[in-house]
Design a binder for this molecule. Structure first.
Ligand SMILES: Cc1ncc(COP(=O)(O)OP(=O)(O)O)c(N)n1
Ligand SMILES: Cc1nc(C(=O)O)sc1CCOP(=O)(O)O
Ligand SMILES: [Mg+2]
Length: 358
């Protein structure tokens, strides 16, 4: 038997609707501020505003007049997690969660209020899911675009402390690469590294292993020419995670871009023991990337503090390294050195002191 609200229960229904319309508007406002001031994305901010306006349309004076804050026991209830947020990611997640829950309440109780209300808020809940995905993707891409140094790790007892030292030096992009450990170790290490990187607001990607990337909620994966196709990885990872692809020739580069890679590795610039047996693609291929890659790309392979100038002289402004940081006595200082040189080079380029690449 379908139960109807008796006239006596109407104030209760109206209070529930009022409280959840309020909650939705507040949560959306918090998200909108990040889109506007944090991401500088007019498009995402506009979308939040549009959603807020739609919610406001339902938030009539009549519904608001049923508010009774003094007698509401819910105003006293807070969870310790609400008092503290570890960073912007957690803050946004909490508010998306709050908005989605409130929308679900509006969808269900709204059916008792107006035939259109349930439908409207169901649709809005899906719009908010899509917004969350787009916002996350936007965040990650933005951080990727602002990353000029990429640390690819090698296994070792000091792995975590070296990565943390590099993060302290300003590193914002890390790839976990481990070709020898068993899967249990890989999973545990990936979990720890992922948490560490996110604590420093840095991106964390996993080499080769899409399954581990999903398991630890990494920001993406790096795939080589012999790893799984980008299309398949995209199906598994969804649109919001990053996918990088190694390239060793102009053909690889063109294909990786066509296949939808978010960034590419360009190398090996020099022969390197880290990738023994692979011939150098050389600076010629780096020059090709300067002219032909419209997505972010990182020169990789044998790059160190001594040859950095030669690499940058091609016009390249992003590099990826393993040994230069993983084997450094002072990883923080080496990271700072690389970042300052890359930064200096970009400034020179933008002031046209150096010829800009065509
Ligand atoms: C940034 C970056 N570029 C290239 C690679 C090499 O990837 P791949 O060719 O798959 O080789 P392995 O790293 O799996 O040995 C990379 N890892 N990162
Ligand atoms: C993992 C890897 N990939 C390469 C490529 O060209 O695709 S070169 C490389 C190793 C880079 O290590 P190091 O900085 O120690 O030389
Ligand atoms: Mg690989």
């Amino acid at each position: 038997m379908e139960e109807q609200f008796s006239p006596l229960a109407q104030p209760i229904l109206y209070r529930i609707l009022d409280a959840n319309l309020d909650r939705t508007r507040e949560g959306l406002r918090i998200i909108e501020e990040w889109c506007r001031f944090g991401l500088n994305s007019g498009e995402l901010a506009e979308e939040c505003k549009h959603l807020r306006q739609e919610v406001a349309r339902w938030h009539t004076m009549n519904l608001r007049s049923y508010r009774n804050t003094i007698d509401d026991p819910g105003t006293e209830l807070t969870h310790p997690q609400e008092e503290q947020r570890s960073g912007i990611e957690q803050l946004l997640q909490a508010n998306f969660c709050r908005v989605q829950e409130a929308l679900r309440v509006l969808e269900e109780y709204g059916k008792l209020y107006h035939p259109e209300m349930g439908k409207t808020f169901k649709q809005m809940r899906y719009q908010v899911y899509t917004l969350e995905t787009r916002l996350l993707a936007h965040d990650r891409h933005k951080l990727l675009l602002n990353s000029y140094l990429y640390l690819v790790t090698s296994p070792g007892e000091r792995l975590l402390s070296i990565v943390e030292a590099a993060l302290q030096g300003g590193l914002t992009l890390v790839q976990y690469r481990d070709k020898t450990s068993d899967d249990e170790t890989r999973l545990k290490t990936a979990q720890k590294l992922c948490q560490l990187c996110h604590r420093y607001n840095a991106l964390f990607l996993v080499n080769d292993r899409v399954d581990i990337a999903v398991a630890v909620d990494a920001d993406g994966v790096h795939l080589g020419q012999n790893d799984i196709p980008i299309e398949l990885a995209r199906q598994i990872l969804g649109p919001q995670r990053l996918i990088g692809r190694s390239t060793h020739s102009p053909e690889d580069l063109k294909r990786a871009i066509q296949e939808g890679a978010d960034y590419i590795g360009v190398g090996p610039v020099y022969e390197t023991p880290t990738k023994a047996g692979r011939a150098a693609a050389g600076l010629e291929y780096v020059r090709h990337a300067v002219k032909n890659s419209m997505i972010p790309w990182f020169a990789i392979g044998g790059i160190d503090m001594n040859n950095l100038d030669d690499v940058m002289a091609t016009g390249c402004d992003r590099i990826a390294v393993v040994r230069s940081i993983m084997n450094a006595e002072q990883p923080t200082l080496v990271t700072q050195y690389f970042l300052s040189q890359l930064n200096r080079f970009r400034n020179l380029k933008s002031y046209k002191v150096l010829p800009k690449q065509p």
